[in-house]
Design a protein around this ligand. Structure first.
Ligand code: HEC
Length: 173
């Protein structure tokens, strides 16, 4: 306590110096502590997020409930997915394909093979390079999902996303 009430409001000089020295020492300790903490990067640093290690993603069989299926595959890290808890990623476009899908197919820049929104979703997942959504980074969506998602899992993803539209509560413009 630096200020301990009226009786001690004017401490003798040596006490005051001790207090100041103790305070300074404490400050140095705190700064040192903060420095040490800064050396090791936080476990959730964005660089780690941008590069999902395929070895960390288990094979998704399609037997999982849809929430678990998306979570296992890691899609929520980069995408907003309506109705999926925690899917608030901002790296890729929000997955509102029920609203945006037709426009992708109609884009003159679209050179892929898909004829339907459903096919477009499957193509986007197994071969993300075939069309890059304008305004989003290329070569960012992992290219190895074809090896990690079973046919059943892909089907489930496509069935879910082809009807997905923006949630009224979503904050993104
Ligand atoms: C590391 C980040 C990342 C992860 C993980 C990721 N994506 Fe993507 N995704 C992107 C980016 C960036 C784009 C936009 C650029 C492009 O088209 O390649 C994209 C595009 C898409 C598109 C096209 C969207 C549109 O609006 O046309 C779909 C569909 C999609 N991703 C589905 C998925 C699914 C399903 C998963 C999980 C199995 C997934 N993504 C995982 C980054 C990611």
């Amino acid at each position: 306590m630096l200020n301990s009430g009226p009786a001690l409001s004017v401490p003798p000089p040596h006490r005051k110096h001790k207090a100041v020295a103790a305070f300074a020492a404490g400050l140095v300790f705190l700064v040192a502590l903060a420095g040490v903490r800064n050396i090791s990067p936080p476990p959730d640093s964005t660089s780690a997020i941008q590069n999902i290690d395929p070895n960390m993603v288990p094979l998704v069989t399609g037997d999982e409930p849809i929430q678990e299926l998306f979570a296992r595959a890691g899609c929520p890290v980069c995408h907003q997915i309506p109705g999926i808890a925690g899917a608030k990623g901002q790296v890729g476009p929000p997955l509102w394909l029920g609203k945006t899908g037709a426009g992708r197919l109609a884009d003159p820049q679209y050179k892929g093979q898909a004829q339907t929104v459903r096919e477009y979703i499957v193509e986007s997942v197994v071969s993300p390079g075939s069309y890059v959504v304008p305004g989003f980074p290329p070569d960012t969506m992992p290219a190895w999902y074809g090896r990690k998602l079973s046919g059943a899992a892909l089907n489930k993803i496509a069935s879910y996303l082809e009807h997905a539209v923006e949630e009224p509560s979503s904050g993104r413009p």
